[in-house]
Design a protein around this ligand. Sequence first.
Ligand code: AMP
Length: 171
Amino acid sequence: MQRLKDKIRNIPDFPEPGIQFKDITPLVKDPATLRLAVHQLMFPFLGEHITAVAGMEARGFIFGSLVAWDLGVGFVPLRKPGKLPHDVESASYELEYGSNTLEIHKDALTRADRVLLIDDLLATGGTAAASCELVQKTGADIVGCAFVIELDDLGGRERLSDYRLHSLIHY
Ligand code: AMP
């Protein structure tokens, strides 16, 4: 995983003072580390009969759609408010910086779905907890949540203790 870590750039005080922003753009620009990250994200969930991948706007779209492609299943976007055109469910939550709302199309998933949730980074877990809640509102099951990066000191893992979590890199 050092190969992945070498491609993650730390940007101090972005987007506001005190935040150490983990920039994954060098990792996704490099074909070898992009492929490695995608394979490692899905590896523990092979054989789990995943039927869909859900990913959060915006960086979850990058990794989530590639994992969906590799698993041979569809991708469900969890989007910022006002972006999805059909009937939606919404969930609001606090971020490491600021607050946010995410939405899912009500008909994006059904009770028959077994979902893998993907995002670039787990911090306080607010985004992932709200995302799990949204997926479950559709009746689908969350099989697990996978992240490229986990910030261990921010309590995300404790907050998501009901779910199977998988992170490639820890800070
Ligand atoms: P949280 O809800 O606190 O777990 O925050 C996770 C979400 O916020 C993810 O979608 C990340 O992309 C973003 N995020 C939070 N903190 C950082 C950070 N230090 N560097 C990069 N992205 C972050």
